[in-house]
Design a protein around this ligand. Sequence first.
Ligand SMILES: Cc1cc2nc3c(=O)[nH]c(=O)nc-3n(C[C@H](O)[C@H](O)[C@H](O)COP(=O)(O)O)c2cc1C
Length: 178
Amino acid sequence: MEFESVVNGRKSVRNFVETEISQEDIYKIIECANLAPSWKNSQTPRYYVILSKDKISEFSEKCLPSFNRENCKGAGALIVTTFVKNISGFNRDGESQNNLGNGWGCYDLGLATQNLILKAYELSYGSLIMGIRDENLIRKFLNIPNEEEVVSVIALGGYDGDVQRPARKDVQSIMKII
Ligand SMILES: Cc1cc2nc3c(=O)[nH]c(=O)nc-3n(C[C@H](O)[C@H](O)[C@H](O)COP(=O)(O)O)c2cc1C
């Protein structure tokens, strides 16, 4: 698929239809996420993939607010993304290399997440990144160690029809050429 059509076609989906996603497709998607650049190739993003219908329901019930539970109904996978803290953006002595600290770990995970959702789109799955979720309950549900920061929950699945994209700002208003 052409790069432009992938970037243009990907939109946040909130009308999933009941979908099953194979482990093989998940592997392809995470493999693409893993090709993203990262600070000194530190590769700190981690992915917790919930694939079984029962576990998806249980997770949604416990860890998502009701509007996001509705938004991801029918999804075939929920992927919780985390990153290992205090590595990306830090030197070997554990000191932050600049003002951003663990912001760089989040930055790396964002780059990986974009690869993830674009690959999902290429494989015909819609995606929804959810930042509104219960961190503590997710940590408990998936037994995520304290060394990792819990970031997003990404829903993947098939969907029906056209999805509208909210308007974007003009490029001129967000860019300065000097
Ligand atoms: C970091 C992040 C967190 C988000 N959290 C939520 C969320 O909790 N619930 C939701 O419905 N959409 C969420 N979204 C989706 C955004 O609302 C959506 O990306 C934005 O409106 C642009 O629309 P588009 O993705 O269709 O281009 C999130 C997106 C990002 C990148």
